[in-house]
Every structure is written in C-alpha cells, then in structure tokens.
Design a binder for this molecule. Structure first.
Ligand code: UT7
Length: 331
C-alpha cells in the first residue's frame, strides 16, 4: 500500500574534526585513568575541534556530504534546522550561518535546543513541515563543539564529551518507507542535573561568572545515569507502539552515545543483541546532538542498513528530554 504522506531520509553525512584526544592524553592533564574511563563509559578517545573551528564549520561540512549523498543542490533546500547546545554565538542561529555557507538562499533556517535529544526533536519538527505540505526538502543537522564549554579541570565531564556533526536530508515519499513514528518527552523539573549555568539572561557572562566557571557544563552524573537507563528503552518502546512495530522486528538500534552501560541497558530492555546496536562512542565519546546523526551516517555508509530495515533512533539528554523515531529505511 502506498503511503502518500510519509517522509524519508534520502541522504546522510557527517564530519569529525581531525584532532584525536585519547584517554591516555587526558591521564597526563587530569586525575583520571584510561582504565576508569573505559570501564565506566566505554570511551577510548574523542575528537576535538581546534581554536578556529566553530559548530557551524563542522555542520556545514556534514551538510554538504548529506546533500551530495541525497543528490540535491543547496538551492533545493526549503528548510534547515540545526540542533545544538554549542551554537557559534547566542544569535544569529547556527542554522542561519550554515544557510549562508551553503548558499541555500531559499531555505528557512533556525536552531532548536533539546541537548542530546536535539537531533530527534529537529527531525520530528522537519517531518511535520514536510508532511503538512509546507516544505519539500529539509536538512536536519546535529552539530556540537562541546569541548568549548567543558571545564578542562572537571574530570566528571571533560572525559565524556567530544566534537562532531551529522546531517540528513529528508523529503516526502510516496512509497511505504520512511519515518513511521516519533515519540518525544520532556521533564523540565529535573533540568538542574545537566546545565551550562552562565551566558544566558539568568547569569549573563561577566568577569565573575567566568572566574566561577559558570560558563562550563555542570552535571550530576549519577542522576543523569539513572534517568537514562530508565528512559532509553521506554522511549524506544513508546515510539514502536505508535507505529505498531514489534520489538522483534527491529533490525537496528541507533542510540545516543553517552555511555556503553546505558546503551547495554536499553538493548537489554528491548531484548536486542548488541550486534543490532550501533556503537561508536569508543571513538568519539558523547557528541550530544551530533551523536545520533553521526552514528546513522556511519551505519548507512558501512552498508549495515538495508532497504525496508526497521531502524530505531533513540536519545536522552539535558532538559531533561528524550526522543525516539522509528524508520523503515528507504535507501
Ligand atoms: O548525554 C547526556 C550526558 N550525560 C550522561 O550521559 C552522563 C550519565 N552518567 C554517566 O555516564 C556516569 O554517571 C559517569 C560516567 C558520569 C560516572 O560514572 P559512575 O560509575 O556513575 O561513577 P561515579 O560518579 O559514581 O564516581 C565513582 C568514583 C568517584 O570516586 P569515589 O567517590 O568513589 O572515590 C568519582 O570521584 O569515580 C570517581 N571519578 C573518576 N575517577 C577517575 C569520577 N570521574 C572520574 C574520572 N576518572 N574521570
């Protein structure tokens, strides 16, 4: 049966800055060990952008690759959404900067912020615009330079995160592939456990706010861990329920890459063997909004995703937020 009102992913792309920082490099500058980081998180190294590189630079390269993969020109784009917690600046939005870089003059561009769930929030927004007939082609990007807002002396956060960008192009489809369902959730009452306190209107950037390191990420890791273990599996199950897809029908799970123990807990809840779960956090760490699209692009380029495969994307993050999207793979 043809589904005339569905949205499919027609191209993916990603970009990681070339500089690799290993756990052994971190051992030399803070009180940590490779053994601790690997056993508690699964992370072995991460990519770090250089001083001159901002989030829009990574996003633009990932976007160009996704456009090429989709066989589209920048002029064909109607919409650009960037999900990020590390915009180049408070405004203009990173999406506006990407629009300029790509010379995608026709596209409406804006950012959304839902921390590590941001890419799936952005995808769901883009999907609605296309389903509603407002736009035809949309570029959805998750891009971060977390290294710019980490306290290099805080071992609780600085060993976990990395920089990178992933992008996809989505378009209306008349076949029965594409996005089958999306499920989003928010619990603002728990937002305190993961935040960047200063730099906004509550605590504007001042000499004092910087001296007190309030412009850096603050995290209650244990709280986030407990939430994540509970919510990843639940979010995926809720999205599956909305599309009437059974757990047994999942071909691939592409989870947010925060901690291997969190990913394993989600896989266990979904009764999925780990060979159906894409993991790249060993190489890149947690790239917040970029984690899911980078993993999706890698899984696609490695030929792991076959046409009609059921692919479940799932994420959780600051806010607190969570999200899952079920896709019948189109390519
Ligand atoms: O995308 C969402 C973003 N955030 C997350 O997903 C984070 C979720 N949370 C986690 O992944 C884990 O909670 C962490 C990896 C952050 C921490 O792992 P944990 O197993 O929960 O460790 P812990 O915080 O309970 O700390 C255990 C010990 C503590 O020492 P004591 O008090 O037992 O002596 C910490 O001080 O490990 C110590 N520790 C470290 N040791 C070496 C904390 N960080 C480090 C470190 N290196 N980097």
């Amino acid at each position: 049966m043809n589904n005339e009102n569905s949205v499919k992913i027609i191209g993916t792309g990603s970009y990681l800055p070339p500089k690799i920082v290993t756990n052994f490099d971190l051992e030399k500058i803070m009180h940590t060990t490779d053994e601790w980081i690997r056993s508690r998180t699964g992370i072995e190294s991460r990519r770090v952008a250089d001083e001159k590189t901002a989030t829009s630079d990574l996003a633009t390269i990932a976007a160009r690759k996704a456009l090429e993969d989709a066989n589209l020109m920048a002029e064909d784009l109607d919409l650009i959404i960037v999900a990020t917690v590390t915009p180049d600046m408070m405004f203009p939005s990173t999406a506006c900067l990407v629009q300029k870089n790509l010379e995608a003059g026709k596209a409406v561009a804006f950012d959304i912020e839902a921390a590590c769930s941001g890419f799936l929030y952005a995808l769901t927004i883009g999907e609605q615009f296309i389903k509603g007939g407002v736009y035809k082609n949309a570029l959805i990007i998750g891009a971060e330079t977390l290294s710019k807002i980490l306290d290099p002396e805080d071992r609780n956060t600085s060993v976990l995160f990395g920089d990178g960008a992933g992008a996809i192009v989505i378009q209306k489809t008349t076949d029965n592939t594409g996005i089958l369902s999306s499920y989003l959730g928010t619990d603002g009452s728990k937002g305190e456990v993961l935040k960047q306190p200063a730099g906004g209107s509550r605590i504007p950037s001042t000499y004092e706010s910087v001296k007190d390191k309030l412009h850096y990420v603050k995290m209650e890791g244990n709280e986030v861990f407990r939430f994540a273990v509970r919510i990843m599996g639940k979010a995926a199950m809720e999205a599956l329920k909305l599309s009437n897809i059974k757990i047994q029908d999942i071909d691939f799970l592409i989870p947010h890459q925060a901690n291997i123990r969190i990913i394993e807990a989600a896989a266990k809840r979904l009764e999925l063997p780990m060979d159906k779960v894409y993991v790249n956090l060993d190489k890149y760490g947690n790239m917040s909004a970029a984690s899911v699209p980078v993993a999706l692009d890698e899984a696609s380029k490695k030929g792991l995703l076959k046409k009609n495969d059921i692919v479940v994307l799932v994420a959780f993050g600051g806010g607190l937020t969570w999200a899952s999207t079920v896709v019948r793979w189109s390519k």
